[in-house]
Write a protein that binds this ligand. Sequence first.
Ligand SMILES: [Zn+2]
Length: 308
Amino acid sequence: MQTKIFCASFLIFLLSWASPPSYAQSRVHRLAPDVYYWSGDLSTHEQTNVGFVVFRDYVLVIDANFPWAAEKIIADIQAITPKPVRFVFNTHYHADHTLGNSVFVAHGATIVSTDDLALELSAKGMEDVRDQTKINWKHLELPSIRFQDRLVFDDGQHRVELIKYGQAHTKGDAVAYLPAEGIVFVGDLAVNWTHGNNLSDQDVSYVGWIRALDNLAQLPIKTVVPAHGDLGDVDLLRRQRDFIADMWKQVKQGLKAGKSSAELRKTVQLTQHGIFAADRQETEDTIESMCDRARGQADWNSGDGKPE
Ligand SMILES: [Zn+2]
């Protein structure tokens, strides 16, 4: 199975080699002085946008993507700065954000995450790797610098605040916030593409996610870098929040009115939410998951999500 992946990446390498990259084709985008992101690409199974910040003595990377992407990301960083990639921050434990950790570690980096992410990655990481890659991977690189709620990198030139917002998409969700630049890398808390963001996942807290996006939107933000899709601003956070909140509300009201999950899959109306509702299968899976969750009361007991 691994051979297939390497053959595919070799083919992609040959194709890109045949057509030399121009500036317009570059996957590295500058957001502010010393602040960049490398754009993900689903067609090559490298779908995660990866941030990097060039500090005085080192580079901090935000999310690791897959190993075959990590090699390219490191090369692209080295084309911009000779400073070493010393730290890689994982926004959450899913394989498209963490499987590349081992490549960065082999290049001398140390992985950083919340305590909860480290627990989730060791308990459930392999399962997610198998789901996403269909490969029985031998080793997952766990974070060795861990924090509970907040960790700050500040060398006087740049400041990056890693702030926990989970449980939302997963328990260990955290973002990287650059207060001076008004930039936030939000992982999968908000996405800006048509493929959804695993809203039906077992780790999701709907109430927690809505609250996290409300809290994030309070920050003075100019630029939101989602882990998947195009850049946005605070409006992206609000639209992602409204999509989840609207679906959650309609599901709860439907259950109260005695509708079955099969009926709700067909009747919950979300087309006004544009790309967030573009993947109908994902939306229907989420409605099913919300029905299970609402019936189990799990989220209703965890905050403001009481039945209306
Ligand atoms: Zn992701």
